[in-house]
Design a protein around this ligand. Structure first.
Ligand code: XMP
Length: 486
């Protein structure tokens, strides 16, 4: 009985065990399209998702991820209220037409208008009287206000230029440009202000042509919830989250699956469930009507699950097993954890993933919330596992099984990663590497990469040969240096 357990057991592979075989290629890397899906309805131009970890994704990271074509998942090691505020911050960051416009009345004291502008960080307020637009007051009017002026009516611009709410963005651009104005209030047929278009938003849109946006032009954002936290999921959906990620270390647990059913009933936005690593788990999770599956048990850079619990599946095998099932149900797969180089992203997608989730590669960027530190003259940022003692002691402990009310068995470490500059630069390098890999395999898009690429298994010697060897490196290109940890 026991001997059988080890007879003919399956070998499982991870990133460093395989390479993709170069193939005859009709494609030029500059023409390659890396757009893909994160979940059934969340389409992205960059197949990269930032992990819901408290040293990786808060509002700033989510904004940067969406602007660069991916999506960020706000972590859950904070109150539902604070997490929702981060979601709203991302949603309010950009839009084609701003709704819920802040307004003032002619009688509003200038000091009050100034306070609104400061606290809400806005540069112009339409002035409303009896539900009608009667003027506009901008930060400039308020900054240089003369002595003795007290109310908005004394300083506002009265012949305000406005447009009908139906106006399209191109026409709005012309009006802004021709009149040299920054803000264009939008009114409905009764003359009521129902929106605002700003020159700043139009410029930002131009600067980020690949950004992930909803139909209103707002950036896409996801948020994580614990498997038993239905209320949080509902609150986050209300705050505008486009995607809910049910965040647990073992989603193939009967109680967790029962709880996922409740969340599915309570929210209508896309839900990603995970983590899992087997075909059976994929079948069971997909039967819960999820819109995406997150794969990875123990491959993460800060994970100790495999060491502490003795379980897991090497990541390339886990991805391909889950994807085998998911593809039949048209449910996208997110490969989560263990990605150290852009080449690993190419391998993850070739093994069946639709997108990848990153922790350590993004934790060292300007936009991550981790604290900065200097070690041996080099800049680092803090990065820790969500199952580390630090997180469990101060916050969430339901991601991993809790053994008693006061003691924890950690499944993650706390550490630091090298400072890596802006998210934009990291994503640029990662996507550049992915396109290069797709060029070698003759894949003009992600679909072709998933279907047509072929793996070859390598030995330890092959791996040694793959990295620079037998040279003293005097100049590392930034995209190789970016991956070095010490
Ligand atoms: P990378 O390799 O990108 O991995 O840093 C990030 C992923 O690791 C998972 N994660 C953990 N896994 N213990 C674990 O076993 C932990 O404490 C832990 N914290 C995060 C998570 O899936 C994340 O996206």
């Amino acid at each position: 009985m026991f001997a059988e357990k080890l007879t003919g057991i399956r070998e499982a592979l991870t990133f460093d065990d395989v390479l993709l075989v170069p193939m005859r290629s009709p494609v030029d890397p500059v023409e390659i399209d890396v757009s893909s899906s994160v979940s059934r309805h969340i389409k992205v131009k960059t197949p990269i998702v930032s992990s819901p970890m408290d040293t990786v994704t808060e509002a700033e990271m989510a904004i940067a991820m969406a602007r660069n074509g991916g999506i960020g998942i706000i972590h859950r090691n904070l109150t539902a209220n604070a997490q929702s505020q981060m979601v709203s911050k991302v949603k309010r960051e950009e839009s084609i037409k701003i709704r819920n416009v802040h307004t003032v009345e002619p009688e509003t004291p200038i000091s009050d208008a100034r306070a609104i502008m400061r606290t809400k960080n806005i540069a112009g307020l339409p002035v409303i009287s009896n539900d009608k637009l009667v003027g506009i007051v901008t930060r400039r009017d308020i900054e240089f206000v003369g002595e003795g002026k007290r109310t908005v009516s004394e300083i506002m611009v009265k012949d305000v230029i406005y447009a009908n709410d139906e106006i399209d963005i191109e026409d709005a651009k012309q009006i802004l440009y021709k009149n040299r104005i920054e803000k264009l209030p939008l009114v409905d047929s009764n003359g009521r202000v129902v929106g605002l278009i700003t020159a700043k938003d139009i410029t930002t849109r131009k600067n980020f042509p690949n950004a992930s946006r909803d139909e209103e032009g707002q950036l896409l954002v996801g948020a994580a919830v614990g498997p038993f936290d239905v209320d949080r999921a509902v609150t986050l959906e209300k705050a505008g989250a486009d995607l809910i990620v049910i965040d647990t270390a073992h989603a193939h647990n009967e109680k967790v699956m029962q709880a996922i059913r409740q969340i599915r009933k309570a929210v209508s936005v896309d839900i990603v469930g995970g983590n899992i690593a087997t075909k059976e788990a994929a079948e069971d999770l997909i039967s819960l009507d999820l819109d995406g599956i997150r794969v990875g048990i123990g491959p993460g850079s800060i994970c100790t699950t495999r060491i502490i619990a003795g379980i897991g599946v090497p990541q390339i095998t886990a991805i391909s097993d889950v994807a085998e099932v998911a593809v039949q149900h048209k449910v996208p797969v997110i490969a989560d954890g263990g990605i150290r180089f852009s080449g690993d992203i190419v391998k993850a997608i070739a093994a069946g993933a639709d997108s990848v989730m990153l922790g350590s590669l993004l934790a060292g960027t300007d936009e991550s919330p981790g604290t900065e530190m200097i070690m041996n003259g080099r800049k680092y940022k803090a990065y820790r596992g969500m199952g580390s003692m630090g997180v469990m002691r101060t916050g969430i402990s339901d991601r991993y099984g809790k053994m008693s009310s006061s003691k924890f068995v950690a499944e993650g470490v706390e550490g630091a990663v090298p400072y890596r500059g802006k998210v934009e630069e990291v994503i640029f390098q990662l996507v550049g590497g992915v396109k290069s890999g797709m060029g070698y395999t003759g894949a003009k898009n992600i679909d072709v990469l998933r279907k047509n690429s072929r793996f070859i298994k390598i030995t330890a010697n092959g791996l040694r040969e793959s990295h620079p060897h037998d040279v003293r490196i005097v100049s590392e290109p930034p995209n190789y240096q970016m991956y070095q940890v010490s």
